[in-house]
Design a protein around this ligand. Structure first.
Ligand code: SIN
Length: 280
């Protein structure tokens, strides 16, 4: 790769395409720094028309952060830090369908992830991403004050890692639960972000589920507002990376052929996951 990278924002809120980069080639530290800065600025970045082996995918993701295996999904054989996310043509759900940030039920949720599209449909099977800085910054000062002292319990309970996904290899694991602040500060940008998601956040610490739910439901719906989001379409050979500390995502379940009992599309992506630190 030579010269400056070109950045094409996807929406006013989040996401940018990085153009003119061949990730299978040499990327200097200076060029990587520009890509890393774009990741911090746009929260989700993607590169089209890549041709990467699992090892090259892994090595590029590892420049952002140390990588980790998934607690409940077996890695692919070639590379221990990559999992395969597979939806078969007769399945109508995607793994990762509801809005979530990855593994917030762990004490150290992932810093981010790099998803590489191997077999995706021409249309459909997109991923939605939401900007949690904007979700926080658009709250009233009064509510920001209430949230400042709160922590929330995140649990993997209820997440169906085991059945329904024929092409995925589940790892036997037990449920995890962790408590994190409801508002966190990004360690590199210093900006505050809302840190709850409807898949894993159960209740506020020291409160019951019932007491917590009305405010949590408001925060979930607020953070999913369309103006904070982008919708990313995958093509075979697209590599997309998100900052998991300040975004949520959802794999959009729009295979209506499969829902109606007809053959739908097959979708296969590989994910390399970046290890994280406790959110503060
Ligand atoms: C995930 O990592 O949650 C899956 C995202 C996707 O397949 O679009």
């Amino acid at each position: 790769m030579t010269g400056k990278i070109e950045i094409r924002p996807l929406t006013g809120a989040i996401g940018a395409e990085i153009v003119g980069v061949d990730l299978s080639g040499e990327i200097s530290n200076q060029q990587f720094d520009a890509i890393h800065q774009a990741w911090l600025d746009y929260l989700v970045i993607y590169f089209r028309n890549q041709n990467l082996t699992p090892q090259q995918h892994r090595d590029f993701a590892a420049r952002f952060s140390a990588l980790e295996a998934h607690p409940y999904v077996e890695s692919i054989e070639e590379v221990p830090e990559i999992i395969a996310i597979v939806k078969e043509p007769d399945e109508h759900r995607n793994w990762g369908g509801p809005w979530h940030a990855d593994v917030t039920f762990k004490p150290k949720p992932s810093n981010g992830a790099a998803l590489y599209a191997l077999e995706v449909p021409e249309f459909g099977g997109d991923t939605g991403f939401a900007n949690l800085y904007l979700a926080y910054e658009t709250l009233s000062d009064g509510l920001k004050g209430v949230l400042a002292g709160l922590r929330a319990v995140h649990s993997s309970h209820g997440m169906d890692y085991y059945d329904g996904f024929k092409g995925m290899n589940a790892k036997a694991g037990i449920g995890d639960e962790s408590t994190h602040p409801v508002v966190i500060t990004h360690p590199q940008t210093g900006r505050k972000a809302l840190y709850v998601n409807r898949t894993y956040t159960q209740r506020f610490e020291n409160m019951t589920f019932e007491e917590s739910r009305p405010l949590l439901e408001f925060l979930f719906a607020h953070s999913e507002r369309s103006e904070f989001t982008c919708r990313m379409h995958w093509e075979n050979g697209t590599l997309g990376l998100w900052d998991n500390r300040v975004t949520m995502h959802c794999a959009i379940d729009d295979d209506f052929e499969a829902r109606n009992g007809k053959p739908g599309f097959r979708r296969v992506v590989h994910r390399a996951t970046m290890a994280g630190e406790p959110p503060v």
